[in-house]
Design a binder for this molecule. Structure first.
Ligand SMILES: NC(=O)c1ccc[n+]([C@@H]2O[C@H](COP(=O)([O-])OP(=O)(O)OC[C@H]3O[C@@H](n4cnc5c(N)ncnc54)[C@H](OP(=O)(O)O)[C@@H]3O)[C@@H](O)[C@H]2O)c1
Length: 323
């Protein structure tokens, strides 16, 4: 389990434990103990542990600001860590690996909802292009190993592309977080301060899709364990990735109302229309996964309530960690 302390990786560990996998059978290392960008260390780890499956949920991840400020780190670290893990996995007989990508692999102007075959059909969003290129390379690494070593070594490396995720383990940093954790923090702070209103950036009209992270983890385990014939029947050797979303999008204004409800903030929501909106719509086409028999089940309001409980747990004085 690469990335077990991250939001997605920790959710996958929860999912595996809930399915009865023994904790002794889940091999993890902190980054301090194993930096996945270090090729020799990764090879030694695989030679020693000989895992039978690999979930690759480790990545250098960040918002627009971080992607724009550290583009070299985003492309270098992600290329290195995924290439090291995939190559060492293959060299050590791992037949099953799941690579976690992102919806930013799709072109900026991809038709909505974005289907798997939109990959490599147009220009990427420039702000996170280096990150997206690394993620596309991760998909192509998996496909290339399947094509070269599938028959001879039984290699079966799969990729899933999550939509926007939220939930326990999210990053609530005041300046550098995604929309849901940012709204949770702002509404919570307004509630505590008794502020009569909260300002929302933009017109509130862009539409976005959100998936609860434990649903993403369940989908990851589901895709990993699908029979090969089923996976192959719904993908092709050079288009093997599968989108994971909930299939529905909502406006940012509607989202803000739901977060206010989850946080129990009853002040006013005021829009600042002078702030930028971003793309009008971003929705994944998750029909392929639905055809394979998986659908998300956590409603947005229930997921937001669970996310807020996680926020409170981390931000009450006696439990507080660095946010
Ligand atoms: N969050 C989302 O909304 C979202 C949406 C779509 C796709 N995804 C994808 O899901 C995957 C996981 O994302 P996440 O949100 O769980 O990210 P995250 O919370 O930042 O977790 C990433 C994990 O990777 C580890 N890591 C990074 N570089 C490493 C290295 N060189 N060696 C060892 N470990 C390293 C981090 O360790 P440290 O804790 O030590 O830094 C962290 O535990 C990523 O591939 C991401 O693209 C996420």
């Amino acid at each position: 389990m690469a990335g077990h302390r991250g939001m997605v990786g920790s959710a996958i560990v929860r999912a595996l434990l809930a399915q009865g996998v023994s904790p002794d059978h889940i091999v993890t290392r902190t980054r301090a103990d194993l930096d996945l960008t270090e090729q020799r260390a990764v090879q030694e780890f695989f030679a020693q542990e000989k895992p039978s499956q690999v979930y690759l949920a480790a990545a250098k991840v960040g918002g627009i600001h971080a992607n724009n400020t550290y583009p070299a780190e985003f492309i270098y670290q992600n290329l290195m860590l995924q290439a090291n893990v995939i190559q060492a996995a293959h060299q050590n007989g791992v037949q099953k690996l799941l690579f976690l990508g992102s919806s930013c692999i799709y072109p900026r102007l991809a038709p909505q909802p974005m289907a798997e075959d939109a990959l490599l059909t147009g220009k990427l969003e420039p702000t996170n292009e280096p990150y997206a290129i690394a993620k596309i390379a991760g998909i192509k690494l998996c496909e290339s190993y399947n094509r070269q070593y599938g028959h001879s070594h039984g290699v079966d490396y799969r990729s899933v592309m999550p939509t926007n995720l939220y939930g326990p383990g999210d990053n609530y940093h005041p300046e550098n977080s995604h929309v849901i954790p940012a709204l949770i923090r702002r509404f919570h702070e307004a509630k505590v301060a008794g502020a009569p209103s909260v300002v929302l950036w933009g017109t509130g009209t862009p539409r976005r899709e959100f998936l609860y992270v434990d649903d993403m983890a369940a989908a990851s385990v589901y895709v990993m364990n699908l029979p090969k014939a089923a996976y192959d029947a719904h993908t092709s050797p050079m288009q093997s990735h599968i989108n994971v979303g909930c299939g529905e999008d909502i406006t940012i204004a509607e989202l803000a109302q739901l977060v206010a409800q989850a946080v129990d903030y009853d002040g006013q929501l005021v829009q600042d229309n002078s702030k930028p909106d971003g793309a009008p719509r971003k929705l994944m086409d998750s029909q392929c996964l639905a055809n394979l028999g998986w659908q998300s089940h956590t409603t947005l309001i229930s997921g937001l309530q669970q996310a807020y409980a996680d926020f409170l747990q981390k931000h009450t004085p006696h439990n507080a960690q660095t946010a």
